[in-house]
Design a protein around this ligand. Structure first.
Ligand SMILES: [Zn+2]
Length: 184
């Protein structure tokens, strides 16, 4: 299962699972298997649910993605996002509030942050958290890829970054430019 762009802030990875890319508009979270594969890729940022995701989990994640996409898109354009999308994110953030657990291990105290909710609630709350972190933080630095027909979003670590991927869109643009220049 291939995803167009991962390794960006979690909120952008989520939104980018459905995005125009040079290969057309496609939904990379169209099935529960795809969601399962995406969660495996995000294993360092999201806990692995005890059981494989269900259709209900997928539907909930897709609703959250829709809200995230809508709000980020509006904020990037400087336009007020629709209230239901803001509400959906705020409500998801409340589904599994974090709490801390103290344990004594190997003669030292450990503090673990856990979530008060089942696997689905925890997943939705963590995703909503990531989106709200982005909105409260670096959202205005988010850019869309300049590749033709590509709308993948990224947070450039370098101010000159223009492409989702230099191999993919960067190359396409260079190749197109080359053919334009060498057209008889
Ligand atoms: Zn691109």
């Amino acid at each position: 299962m291939a995803f167009p762009l991962t390794g960006e802030p979690l909120a952008l990875d989520l939104i980018n699972t459905r995005s125009d890319s040079p290969d057309g508009l496609s939904d990379h979270l169209a099935t529960v298997e795809a969601l399962d594969a995406w969660l495996r890729i995000q294993a360092d940022r999201l806990p692995r649910p005890a059981a494989p995701p269900t259709e209900a989990d997928l539907a909930a994640v897709l609703r959250l993605r829709e809200a995230a996409d809508t709000v980020v898109d509006h904020v990037l354009r400087g336009v007020e996002p629709p209230a239901p999308a803001l509400r959906a994110l705020s409500e998801a953030d409340r589904l599994a509030p974090p709490y801390r657990t103290l344990r004594w291990r190997d003669s030292g105290l450990t503090v673990a942050t856990e979530r008060a909710g089942d696997d689905r609630a925890t997943l939705l709350a963590l995703l909503a958290d990531a989106v709200i972190d982005l909105l409260a933080g670096p959202v205005h630095s988010v850019r869309a890829c300049e590749g033709p027909g590509c709308r993948l979003l990224f947070l450039p670590a370098h101010p000159r970054r223009r492409w989702c991927s230099p191999e993919l869109c960067g190359n396409r643009v260079r190749v197109a430019r080359y053919y334009r220049r060498h057209k008889p």
